[in-house]
Write a protein that binds this ligand. Structure first.
Ligand code: NAD
Ligand code: MG
Length: 392
């Protein structure tokens, strides 16, 4: 039965997380846990998106461009088709919807996250950029008592599980694990010459392009640390990252008594997605189990900072506050696409971020008064322009 409590909207349905979310929803339906998807959004019109619309019959559809929206409206006359940033916001605020799953990639995800919370929705947030860029704005809305937010990230999901119902005062530190990405063992001088194909080959996870490159530079891990800081209200000094190449341990919490709880499981995002959709309940999955009887080894290594300079840069941006992370996120997006187009070397992503953070500190920070969506958007545009020119 469809009631407001089980109605949801899925933003970014054609991406890696979007597709896996629909799969989880199907599997849950098989065990009598029904979600009714009444809105779907994708960056653009595509056969995948149309197949989803035909199967799910969502009622509301959003795409980025007006042209795509017009074409879809002709082919789906009974549906409400909306477009652009405003379209995402409209879907995020739909009446009689309880849950908004935000799985779009990039800064475009922030406005719908805020809108959904303001409209008192539960937000299942895969779009980690929202939390990194707009953490203060999100916190402000949540503090007013509107909406609720849980992060769909395997690390954050693991932390929720390890914490359980214990108070945060009992936590000594959060320990996030990182696979190290494709270049964990590459001699550092060779990083100047690695190709987009090499960088896009993640050893343990299959994901969208942006996050895959962010895993190779560890910008992704910096965003997750910032997210953990926001979600759990734990200071940066009490959040550590360990390299764990096999990714069986999704994250850990060390408690004040010295005991550590770790969350282990298969390397499959659908565990975290289902865990957050049904939080705090645990429901069965048909996913492969962890092969613990086959002599599973669990290795940890200290985080090699010299190999991943972008990690410290992005964390320094978060500590600087204001719109610095918005600058990092926007610049990172542009630098990644320039690397993928073979215009710049892999190492210029990290170098470019540091240059832009220094410029932000000199040029933007002194004039920054209040932080709102408009000021974050201004910095986003400024940083994109900077990143286009850098390293020519
Ligand atoms: P993806 O690139 O595979 O998918 C992104 C989705 O967003 C697609 O549906 C795309 O069409 C849509 N989109 C892109 N630009 C848009 C725009 N301007 N307007 C509206 N929609 C737009 O990315 P992904 O790997 O699924 O990641 C999605 C988010 O989840 C990211 O923030 C990522 O960091 C986060 N995340 C992903 C994983 C993973 O395993 N893939 C794990 C944890 C967190
Ligand atoms: Mg993660």
């Amino acid at each position: 039965m469809s009631t407001p409590a089980n109605r949801l909207v899925l933003l970014g349905s054609t991406g890696s997380i979007g597709v896996q979310t629909l799969d989880v929803i199907d599997q849950l339906d098989d065990i009598g846990q029904t979600f009714d998807v009444i809105g779907l959004s994708a960056g653009h019109d595509s056969p995948t998106f149309r197949a989803q619309i035909d199967r799910i019959k969502p009622g509301y559809i959003a795409v980025a461009s007006e042209t795509d929206a017009a074409r879809l409206q002709i082919d789906y006359p009974d549906y409400t088709v909306v477009c652009g940033d405003e379209g995402l916001i409209q879907l995020a605020r739909l009446e009689d919807v309880h849950l908004v799953v935000n799985a779009v990639v990039g800064a475009v995800g922030l406005a719908p996250t805020l809108s959904a919370l303001e409209a008192d929705k539960a937000v299942a947030l895969a779009n980690k950029e929202s939390l990194a860029i707009g953490g203060d704005l999100i916190r402000r809305v949540l503090n007013q008592g509107a909406g609720s937010l849980l992060s769909i990230d395997s690390e954050h999901h693991a932390l929720y599980r390890c914490l359980g119902d214990r108070p945060i005062e009992e936590v000594a530190r959060l320990i996030l694990t990182a696979s190290g990405g494709p270049f964990l063992r590459t001699p550092i001088p060779e990083l100047n010459h690695v190709t987009p194909e090499q960088a896009l080959t993640h050893p343990t996870w299959s994901m969208g392009k942006r996050i895959t490159i962010d895993c190779a530079t560890m910008v992704n891990k910096a965003f997750e640390v910032i997210g953990a800081h926001r979600l759990f209200d734990v200071p940066f000094e009490e959040i550590d990252v360990l390299i764990h190449p096999d990714s069986w341990v999704h994250s850990m919490i060390e408690f004040v008594d010295g005991s550590i709880l770790a969350d282990l499981g298969p390397r499959d995002m659908r565990i975290a997605i289902q865990g957050i959709l049904c939080h705090p309940r645990r429901l069965p999955t048909r996913l492969q189990r962890l092969p613990i009887e086959q002599g599973l080894r669990i290795d940890f290594e200290p985080f090699p900072h010299e190999r991943y300079p972008a990690f410290a840069t992005v964390l320094n941006a978060a500590k600087a506050g204001g719109s610095a992370v918005a600058a990092m996120n926007a610049a990172d997006e542009v630098l990644i696409s320039r690397f993928l187009n073979r215009e710049i070397a892999f190492t210029q992503i990290a170098a470019g971020l540091q240059v832009i953070l220094d410029r932000w500190d000199r040029l933007i920070r002194p004039h920054e008064m209040t932080i709102d969506l408009a000021s974050l958007t201004r910095t986003d545009r400024w940083a994109r322009a900077q990143a286009q020119q850098i390293a020519h």
